[in-house]
Every structure is written in structure tokens, then in C-alpha cells.
Design a protein around this ligand. Structure first.
Ligand SMILES: Cc1cc2nc3c(=O)[nH]c(=O)nc-3n(C[C@H](O)[C@H](O)[C@H](O)COP(=O)(O)O)c2cc1C
Length: 152
């Protein structure tokens, strides 16, 4: 089964890139940037993973806009992965919003994975960094386990 991961990882640490690599290694998947995720490229995959760091309480806007530009992809399997410094707050359920975006495009969302990612920037730096050392080995093992649970 051909799998492509569309991943955006903006911070210097590349937290989401590391999670994408762990998932891609198990699924034997290519990892591409949002800009490369055109309809024609995605149409060649049986299953697509979309992931990013969380920036200002949402997924990377380049990734979001690229998905918004896609035509409907009826029944195409998709999954989601994300890293964030903090757990998702109840007042801004960005994971569900992102899932809704994919479902609006008629993807079949088969799984979602999220873990902490170190943030040492701006306001996070003022408190000495948040979730430093993440994703750690346990997070990457969990990401790999998530990949194993996806259908073959
Ligand atoms: C500009 C910016 C905004 C961020 N906003 C949030 C946020 O709203 N909530 C949060 O939990 N983490 C936030 N973070 C922390 C990132 O989600 C975290 O560091 C993530 O692992 C980054 O992934 P990356 O290394 O793949 O870019 C922010 C980081 C940056 C650089």
C-alpha cells in the first residue's frame, strides 16, 4: 500500500519531522512538503498522512491552504499527526477542526496521533522552554505503534 506523508515542521528542532520519520520508516512512506502535495501526487497514494507542528493554536497554514485547494478525494484514507508544546486546549480543538477539513474533502480519516514537541521560542523561552526533550524515545515509539495500528 503506497503511503505519502505531507509534513510541515517549521521550528529549528524539527519535532514533527522526527515523528514523520518514525511513521514513514514503518510504513515505507515518502515524506513531502505541503507545496508538493498536489492532487496528482496525492492521487498516486493509497493512504496519506498529514502532519504539522501546532502554531498559534492551529496546523501550519501552508498545509491547511494546500488541503483547501484540493478537489474532493472521496474515500481516500488519511491520517493525522501533530506535535505541540502543550496539550490541546478545550477552547480550541484544532485536531477536530483539521479532521473536519479532511472530511470536508471526503477523505476517510483512519487515525490521529499527537505528542508533545519542545518549544523554546518567544513566550515559551521566557519560562525556560516547554516540553523540552520531546519528542523523546517514548513519543517516537508511540508514533511507530500508531503506524502499526493503521490498516496494512
Ligand atoms: C510560532 C509558534 C507558535 C506556536 N504555537 C503553539 C501553540 O499555539 N500551542 C502549542 O501547544 N505549541 C505551540 N508552539 C510550539 C510547537 O507546536 C512545538 O514546538 C512543535 O513541536 C513544533 O513542531 P516543529 O518542530 O515540527 O515545527 C508554537 C511554536 C511556534 C514556533
Amino acid at each position: 500500500m503506497a503511503t505519502i506523508l505531507v509534513s510541515s515542521s517549521r521550528s529549528a528542532q524539527g519535532n514533527t519531522r522526527r515523528v514523520a520519520s518514525a511513521i514513514a520508516a514503518y510504513l515505507n512512506a515518502d515524506v513531502i512538503s505541503p507545496a508538493m502535495a498536489t492532487r496528482d501526487v496525492l492521487a498516486r497514494a493509497d493512504r496519506i498522512g498529514f502532519g504539522s507542528g501546532i502554531y498559534w493554536l492551529g496546523f501550519d497554514q501552508d498545509l491547511v491552504h494546500q488541503i483547501e485547494r484540493l478537489p474532493p478525494m472521496p474515500g481516500k484514507d488519511a491520517f493525522v499527526f501533530a506535535t505541540s508544546a502543550l496539550p490541546e486546549p478545550p477552547f480550541r480543538q484544532y485536531l477536530r477542526r483539521f479532521r473536519d477539513l479532511l472530511e470536508d474533502k471526503e477523505f476517510r480519516v483512519i487515525g490521529m496521533f499527537a505528542c508533545r514537541g519542545a518549544a523554546t521560542w518567544g513566550p515559551f523561552k521566557m519560562v525556560g522552554g516547554v516540553s523540552t526533550d520531546h519528542p523523546d524515545e517514548t513519543d517516537l515509539i508511540a508514533a511507530r505503534a500508531f503506524a502499526t495500528r493503521l490498516a496494512p
